[in-house]
Design a protein around this ligand. Sequence first.
Ligand code: SAH
Ligand code: SF4
Length: 367
Amino acid sequence: MTDLRRLLPAEMDELVTGAGFPRYRSDQLLHALWKEGKTSLSDIRVLPAALREHLAAQGYTIGATTETLRSASDDGETAKVLLKMADGTLIESVMMQYPEEGHHPRSTGCVSTQAGCAMGCVFCATGQMGFKRNLRAEEIVAQIMHFANLLRERGQHVTNVVFMGMGEPLANYAETIRAVRLLVDPRAFGLAQRSITISTVGVIRGIQRLAEEGLQVGLAISLHSPDDDLRRRLVPTAGPGSVGRIMEAAADYFHRTGRRVTFEYALLEGVNDSVETARELAALVAKTGAHVNLIPVNPTAGGFRRPARARTLAFERVLRENGVNCTVRVEKGSEIAAACGQLRTEAARAGALQATAQAAHRSTAAR
Ligand code: SAH
Ligand code: SF4
């Protein structure tokens, strides 16, 4: 069985013409898959039955992702879905909407690249659940197609994609890049490259490879500390010297792509949130021109707390005064555990979610 949504347009052309059909049939198939969100071959009436039957006989299908649960935040601007993959693996994806005056809202899909994560960051709910398996490219894009289909009903569309859900994208490199290429290809999903951001915990070899892909996607690196020893305590899988190696890799990424990276910094009360630490961080990043995104930590089982608002603002002020471009992330969806680091798919969590689910048991892509 192969999901047709795994195929890049050039591969689709080859499949269709190789079966003796003209190339425009491939265009029609791509359009039905990506622009119309068709989830069953038999629904693509524009194609000749012979082609549909040929593809089905060769084991091609379209998606097999079922929504098992959905919850929405009180303001209705964040929706979290629990999606079931064909093999029963559960993953979470989030969509955040930001109202824009006079326009359709900005709608950002936050996708998972792995079920679980092996990196073990001590404040992250996904890290606490351990690693289950890598997701395939079609399972990554299925998350975006799921939201695209929901939005289409309202005359809206997905405008941005962030790889900030469960898992470490660069530890699942090939499938992540294939997903990015499907999302940006004008004959597939067709999103602007600059509206995509990949967030990494700092897999150096992955950052180097990404710099050579010829893509223009944004890169965010989760730094969390300017100090190597502290960083190793927060990100136990980081090797010694990771802070320095991340800074080098970030400079190299900028050099090769012309795109500055963003550093993400989870603020943990009493751990990495002092004014002295802010000064050290500023000394490290100011000269790179990089942006720092401060994320007051969301509560997980790790027992960390976010600093008081005043302390967060003091940290931000020190960075600004020392020439660092920075923002404090506006949290969305923390009441439905959809915010950063809260994604986990344990049965217990699903049980708790049930109570707030507003539109559960909807299957959009089952066939
Ligand atoms: N594995 C990648 C991407 C997924 S995590 C990475 O680590 O970058 C996305 C972001 O959420 C990261 O910056 C991560 O540090 C942050 N995060 C994880 N747990 C969090 C928590 N409990 N509160 C706030 N941010 C968290
Ligand atoms: Fe994995 Fe990112 Fe969570 Fe760390 S923060 S455990 S890398 S998902």
